[in-house]
Design a binder for this molecule. Structure first.
Ligand code: NAD
Length: 321
């Protein structure tokens, strides 16, 4: 029997999820809900959804749904996810899972009380080259981690399209999650700088030190012209080597083992497909996610929140623990 997946939020990224679901032979699009009725109806027609409407909860109550993908704005993630969990429906919640760490903690609690699970949409956990980097670091291939530097630059339309969400919560949350995953340690202290200050169309640089002493430097900019942002990069230095990575271009390992992978010659990475397939697989098997969990998303939000506090009050913010 086909798995019945529903979607809340038929915007830009909801469309990406629909494209992915429509490529899966064992998945049926049970319903699409968007507060913008036209967006929901048009997406339902294009993707042959069984149902559509403006209220996702009403839809969950009237139509059998095996899983829900939440691709609405961040402010709505927690209330929708809670309602789905209460109905025993597993959720794939786009990032940021919640707008505050406290909200994320309540979601973790609700998940513990529910038959269902949460898969946070930290899509890079499902990316092949990122998984290889995590394996190299995790297996000690470059020795103890000394530093991790990541950049993720986007065009300045983001500043207009997402006026209600900080670039740290929207874009840098990917790198915070990557750093937590690769470094495997929570953060001790954070300093965030933004230029121009108090603007969305700005560059933000966050420096953090984790509890193993590794230094993180994460940079996000929503300043580039459309289609003119430089590619995402990740650089990791260990005590016995390092890794350089550029999305779609190369992955280089230095140290006892030296290698270079020309990513342009590899099969294209399809992390969103892998993420949704994993969601479907976990629903079918009834096993909760391990690749990334609501607790991981909560840990990332604690760091994001500390970075936001550093921006607003200035100076270094120490995290408890
Ligand atoms: N994983 C990634 O790389 C990635 C990339 C882009 C966006 N996202 C995430 O996806 C989500 C959506 O982003 P987007 O760029 O598609 O935004 P968008 O504004 O294009 O789309 C959001 C849609 O949600 C609808 N909506 C708002 N409130 C709703 C509600 N309560 N119920 C149903 N629909 C509602 C809006 O009408 C809109 O159509 C965000 O959480 C964003 O952070 C993730």
């Amino acid at each position: 029997m086909k798995l019945k997946l529903a979607l809340a939020g038929a915007g830009l990224f909801g469309e990406e999820h629909l494209r992915v679901m429509s490529r899966m032979a064992d998945v049926e699009i049970a319903g699409i809900a968007d507060v913008n009725a036209k967006a929901a109806e048009s997406a339902a027609q294009r993707y042959g959804a069984l149902d559509w409407g403006t209220d996702i909860i009403a839809q969950l109550d009237r139509r059998k749904t095996d899983g829900l993908i939440i691709a609405t704005p961040g402010q709505t993630h927690v209330p929708i996810a809670k309602q789905a969990l209460e109905r025993g429906i597993p959720v794939l919640v786009e990032k940021p899972m919640a707008m505050t760490a406290a909200e994320a903690a309540t979601l973790v609690e609700r998940e513990a009380l529910s038959q269902a699970f949460i898969l946070p949409g930290h899509v890079l956990r499902f990316s092949k080259p990122h998984r290889l980097i995590a394996d190299i670091v995790g297996s000690g291939g470059i020795g103890r981690l000394l530093s991790l530097t990541a950049r993720r630059y986007r065009d300045d339309s983001h500043a207009l399209r997402y006026p209600d969400i900080d670039p740290i919560m929207m874009t840098m949350i990917h790198d915070i999650d990557l750093a937590l995953w690769m470094a495997g340690a929570p953060v001790h202290e954070v300093l965030a700088l933004r230029n121009p200050a108090h603007e969305q169309r700005a560059q933000t640089v966050v420096t953090a030190r984790d509890r193993n002493g590794a230094a993180w430097t994460l940079a996000t900019a929503w300043t580039f012209a459309l289609d003119a942002a430089p590619p995402d990069r990740l650089e990791i230095v260990g005590e016995r080597g390092g890794i350089d990575f550029e999305t779609g271009a190369y992955l280089r390992q230095y140290g006892a083992k030296v290698r270079e992978i020309d990513l342009a010659r590899e099969e294209p990475d399809d992390p969103l497909y892998t993420e949704v397939a994993y969601f479907a697989d976990r629903i079918r098997s009834g096993r909760p996610p391990e690749t990334v969990t609501a607790k991981d998303a909560h840990a990332g939000l604690l760091i994001a929140e500390a970075a936001l506090a550093s921006l607003s009050q200035g100076g270094i913010v120490k995290l408890p623990g």
